[in-house]
Design a binder for this molecule. Structure first.
Ligand SMILES: Cc1ncc(C[n+]2csc(CCOP(=O)(O)OP(=O)(O)O)c2C)c(N)n1
Ligand SMILES: CC(=O)[C@@H](O)[C@H](O)COP(=O)(O)O
Ligand SMILES: [Mg+2]
Length: 658
């Protein structure tokens, strides 16, 4: 039995020698590689945080002392040490262990939001609360990556933390020099400069060893040397940005040396004021395939072979790759088109545009607000910027979209990847907010393509608009099957047309397959359904009220939050047009979804064709729905319908899209 099996809670770490800790670190890495290779997850970041997490839990007494993890993707070892090893077999699975801290799992966990750069603000607030309540025996420790430190919120927090000498926050900088790619900007340069003083720390550590064993004068000499550290560091390291802010700076510390880490963390704990402990780690540490990976050191992996690190199944053609390739084509034709990423060059596919046009891609760090407003600057300067972010991360730049871009009628195109249910990364990663919050932005137009062809077309249409912001949003992962149009209506694509005009289905983006299948199920019950895909879903297409007036019921289906989404906008448009056809809107329930796989969550949200059918079949005013018994038949009780009755679109694809 190894040591790992004996660690059920952090206090079980006490008393272990550093040699035993080194053995335990190896066991932890073996465990991480074995488990995450099977489920997928953030392997690289966690391999880099092993010794750091051990030292944190040995120096601080969680949960009395509070350890906050910025972004939280690097908290697997923290979970292993706080009694959750068994959960890793179902990491990020529905009902299994979350890939981020979760208060529902453990009172050792606090921050559940996986949006970066928040931990220091939480810590500042927590420290103020303890101070005001007279709580003096609980340390507040915030672990933040070098990437997350490039986020503006982190600097807002540092400004406040540094000013509060009486409310000490201990900031542990987990500096591996990377977000996905190498971290950018002046901060990264400064951290790199500090990193070069690694020799300085070793010099200091060895001096301590020698001097502390020198009788009488030794310790005094060491403390003088240590006290002179600032002077010494100025010689060996550039001016301390953190110290200039008013923080004590400790480091750089070897983030894989538990003894050095514990010494530094104890110093910080006992200092009595705000401290930044700068730890140098390696993402993917101890696992050669990750260490050798030039892309992102296995920041996030799918299911892989644990020996080779290679994916066990080829990735299919993704929405991201279609966008990436088309943007390169657009960039070839339009030299005014430039691109911006917030530290996610590869995940958003912009690496292809960068390869083709190195001077026309800007990585601003994890700084979405800056990304958006600097895009407005680029547009005001005569260029057409494409800002590529994950949908959920645009939330924090809402005011910038509204006031810095739309108010100024800037031609900025926002490409929102991971729009809709993403699943694996839990509640704060689902792209379920954009179709709601962007509804209120005057002049901004939103395109929701349903497949590769409409994505290419939508992107080209978007970058043609230079007098208003445009948005193109699409889901995570593998492309949806193509859904061909069988006609058009008012500029919208008609995807299916029933024998009668009973139900008008407004399909949004990637839900087209489900909507066509819904039409087939309704048709089989003698209910005629017309499926339209506006592609541009904001503003609401003017033909929709006219079509709605000819149908008995309007159904809208979107992979976005129901509150204030496209469905709500359609209902509002009908009301404004004086059309009283009832509207049923279907989307993601307006609540935080637990982690799970996208198909499972779409089912949980009632967004499969069968569920939509059961929800509407007996809602059609005046339609003869005797075929649908009370409570509506369960999916497999529906009469198998005659294939020839299936809408032409589905026949054309030869199968109904799942
Ligand atoms: C606001 C926001 N933007 C983008 C992301 C996507 N993201 C997740 S982890 C990560 C890199 C974080 O780098 P760092 O803080 O250095 O942590 P490391 O992975 O290096 O341990 C990014 C950009 C995010 N989680 N939040
Ligand atoms: C932690 C974080 O925000 C990202 O790494 C997130 O996990 C993105 O995951 P995908 O790129 O797999 O959607
Ligand atoms: Mg990093």
């Amino acid at each position: 039995m190894g040591l790992l099996e004996k660690i059920e809670r952090p206090r079980d770490l006490d008393g272990l020698t550093h040699q035993e800790l080194a053995g335990l670190s190896r066991e932890i890495r073996d465990f991480l590689i074995e488990k995450v290779a099977r489920t997928g997850g953030h392997l690289g970041p966690n391999l880099g945080a092993v010794e750091l997490t051990l030292a944190l839990h040995r120096v601080f007494d969680s949960p009395r002392d509070r350890i906050l993890w910025d972004t939280g993707h690097q908290s697997y070892v923290h979970k292993m040490l706080t009694g959750r090893r068994e959960g890793f077999d179902r990491l990020r699975q529905k009902g299994g262990l979350s890939g981020y801290p979760s208060a529902a799992e453990s009172d050792h966990d606090i921050i559940e939001n996986s949006h970066a750069s928040t931990a220091l603000s939480y810590a500042d607030g927590l420290a103020k609360a303890y101070r005001l309540r007279g709580v003096r025996d609980r340390a507040v420790v915030a672990v933040i990556g070098d990437g997350a430190l490039t986020g503006g919120m982190a600097w807002e927090a540092l400004n406040n933390i540094a000013a509060a000498q009486d409310r000490p926050v201990i900031i542990v900088i987990n500096d591996n020099g990377r977000s996905y790619s190498p971290t950018i900007g002046g901060l990264a340069t400064h951290l790199a400069a500090l990193r070069t003083t690694r020799g300085y720390e070793k010099f200091l550590a060895s001096a301590k060893e020698t001097l502390n064993t020198t009788p009488v004068v030794g310790p005094a000499l060491y403390s003088a040397l240590h006290g002179a550290k600032k002077g010494l560091k100025d010689i060996l390291a550039p001016q301390g940005m953190f110290e200039d802010l008013g923080l004590k700076y400790v480091g750089p510390i070897d983030g894989h040396d538990t003894e050095a880490l514990e010494n530094a963390l104890r110093m910080a704990r006992d200092f009595g004021g705000p401290v930044a402990v700068h730890c140098l780690t390696t993402k993917g540490h101890g696992y050669r395939p990750a260490e050798d990976d030039q892309l992102d050191h296995f920041h996030g992996v799918g299911v892989i072979d644990p020996v080779t690190g290679k994916p066990t199944k080829p990735a299919g053609r993704s929405w991201t790759s279609v966008f990436a390739d088309e943007l390169v084509e657009v960039g070839t034709e339009r030299e005014d088109v430039v691109a911006i990423t917030a530290a996610m060059l590869h995940p958003t596919g912009l690496h292809k545009f960068q390869k083709a046009f190195p001077d026309r891609v800007f990585d601003v760090g994890i700084a979405e607000q800056h990304a958006v407003t600097s895009a407005a600057g680029l547009a005001l300067g005569g260029l057409h910027p494409v800002v590529a972010v994950y949908a959920t991360f645009l939330n924090r730049a809402f005011d910038q979209v509204l006031m810095d871009v739309a108010l100024h009628k800037c031609g900025v195109t926002f490409v929102l990847d991971r729009a809709g249910v993403t699943g694996d990364d839990g509640a704060s990663h689902n792209g379920m907010w954009d179709l709601s919050i962007l509804q209120v932005v005057p002049g901004l137009r939103v395109c929701a393509p349903r497949d590769a062809d409409t994505l290419r077309a939508g992107l080209r249409e978007a970058v043609e608009v230079d007098e208003a912001p445009t948005v193109v949003r699409f889901p995570k992962g593998a492309l949806a099957e193509p859904v061909p149009a069988i006609g058009t209506a008012g500029g919208m694509d008609v995807l299916a047309r029933g024998g009668t005009e009973d139900v008008l289905v407004v399909s949004v983006g990637a839900m087209a397959g489900e909507c066509v299948e819904l039409a087939g199920l309704l048709e089989a019950q003698g209910i005629g359904a017309t499926v339209v895909d506006p592609r541009w879903v904001k503003p609401v297409n003017e033909e929709i009220p006219r079509l709605a007036a000819r149908h008995r019921l309007v159904v809208t289906v979107e992979d976005g939050g129901r509150s204030g989404g496209v469905g709500a906008a359609v209902a509002q448009a009908l009301q404004a047009a004086g059309v009283d056809t009832p509207v049923r809107t279907f989307g993601i329930p307006q609540r935080f979804l637990d982690h799970g796989k996208r198909p499972d969550l779409l089912t949980e949200c009632g967004l499969t064709a069968h569920q939509l059918f059961l929800a509407v079949v007996d809602q059609i005013p005046g339609a003869d729905t005797a075929a649908a018994p009370d409570g509506a038949a369960a999916p497999d009780e529906i009469r198998p319908y005659d294939q020839s009755a299936r809408p032409a679109a589905a026949r054309a694809t030869g199968k109904v899209n799942r």
